[in-house]
Write a protein that binds this ligand. Structure first.
Ligand code: IMP
Ligand code: MG
Length: 178
């Protein structure tokens, strides 16, 4: 285990199993459809890759990145798109893949933005859901784990751009925040 990690919350095994479950749900729901799977960088990257390789539907990849002013461990309401998708999504079924749905600021902005481009549907698939901190009225259609209000890192999730490479999800020791 990394020296800055206090405890592991989700092991590699649990993460693999949750990807199996979510891919099964998506494969069932989108049978015979063409789906654009849009990952929200950078946090989505591990989850996206594990989920995407389990899809057996007709699907294409795309990515977006967003930044929100505020910093620290919480996003603000001022979301701005720093990288846009390249695909034309009009008339297409879209699934947004995100690492964690927290206040909902990021995803509610991105979902509205994508909906303005006339897709036939937009759904959200998030690995983690922290419903206790929600500020926007937004729900995930597919969710891996529901977690309490704790700050976690690993498997794509960062603190100050670090720890994304950990293959598991864990809680940082308080010393690591300094
Ligand atoms: P929201 O806009 O508040 O829903 O925040 C979503 C973004 O905040 C996620 O995509 C993450 O990048 C980040 N975030 C929220 N909670 C955590 C956490 O516990 N660890 C790491 N990043 C987090
Ligand atoms: Mg993120």
């Amino acid at each position: 285990m990394h020296k800055d990690v206090e405890r592991v919350i989700y092991s590699q095994q649990q993460l693999s199993e949750v990807c199996d479950r979510l891919a099964l749900e998506i494969n069932n729901d989108y049978k015979g459809k063409k789906v654009v799977v849009i990952g929200i960088l950078k946090g989505c990257i591990m989850f996206y890759s594990d989920l995407f390789r389990r899809l057996d539907i007709d699907c294409t990849m795309d990515f977006m990145a967003a930044a929100s002013y505020g910093g620290g461990t919480q996003s603000s309401g001022n979301v701005r798109i720093t990288k846009d998708i390249t695909a034309d999504i009009s008339g297409r079924d879209v699934i947004i893949v995100e690492d964690i749905l927290d206040t909902g600021n990021t995803l509610s902005y991105i979902k509205e933005y994508l909906e303005s481009r006339s897709p036939s549907s937009v759904r959200i698939c998030t690995l983690l859901d922290k419903p206790s901190r929600r500020k926007k009225d937004i729900k995930a259609d597919y969710k891996g784990f529901i977690i309490d209000d704790i700050f976690i890192v690993g498997y794509g999730l960062d603190y100050d751009e670090k720890y994304r490479n950990l293959p598991y999800i864990g809680v940082l020791r308080s010393e690591a925040y300094r």
